[in-house]
Design a protein around this ligand. Structure first.
Ligand code: FES
Length: 195
């Protein structure tokens, strides 16, 4: 699929607007209906010089938890987007960028540290709404700011799992950033089963 520069910019604006509203839609859903939504990369040599190629990936839509089963400071561990990609959902005590729920306090992140892949699960600090310090080299990630590094060795933010709420159900519908150890979030492992 090739998008004109104007279409490409419009797509970016639409994605940001949707995320800011806390109602998240997979990027693929924003593609035009008459265009393919696979991850095929067009041959650049065959492209109109006035267009840019856009790679669109379809992530599975997977139920993570029920709102009615959670309360403030709940943590739910799950795997997403593959069975080898540990992640956790956190109900913080403050609104977060990309958060869902009534006050935007529910977020989810990969729990592979972006420095060297050490596990972060179990390292939630509810007082400061951070994950860490990592047991290997002490990196700590801010769960309210899309996994931004607060301190430590990592230079990459923690990949945030995009969530969507439908009634009482919370779904994982995508991932922002590349999970540590993967060249592609959906490659080299079994993708978790969606709906
Ligand atoms: S692996 Fe986490 S800080 Fe190094």
């Amino acid at each position: 699929m090739a998008l004109s520069r104007r279409e490409f910019l419009a797509l970016g604006v639409a994605s940001g607007a949707v995320a800011a509203a806390g109602v998240v839609v997979p990027v693929a859903l924003l593609a035009r209906d008459d265009e393919a939504t696979d991850s095929t990369v067009p041959d650049p040599a065959s492209q109109d010089p006035g267009t840019v190629p856009a790679v669109v990936t379809l992530y599975p839509r997977v139920k993570v938890a029920s709102l009615s089963d959670l309360s403030r400071h709940s943590v739910v561990d799950f795997s997403y987007p593959t069975e080898n990609s540990p992640a956790s959902l956190f109900w913080l005590d403050r609104p977060a960028t990309g958060g869902v729920g009534e006050n935007g306090e529910i977020v989810a992140f990969s729990t592979f540290c972006t420095h060297m892949g050490c596990p972060l699960a179990g390292g939630y600090n509810s007082e400061h709404a951070v994950l860490g310090p990592c047991g290997c080299h002490f990196t700590t990630f801010d769960l309210t700011k899309r996994g931004q590094v607060v301190i430590g060795q990592a230079t990459e933010d923690l990949p945030q799992i995009i969530l969507d709420v439908d009634g009482d159900d919370i779904f994982a519908v995508g991932t922002m950033g590349v999970v540590y150890g993967f060249r592609d979030n959906l490659a080299d492992a079994v993708v978790v089963e969606g709906l």
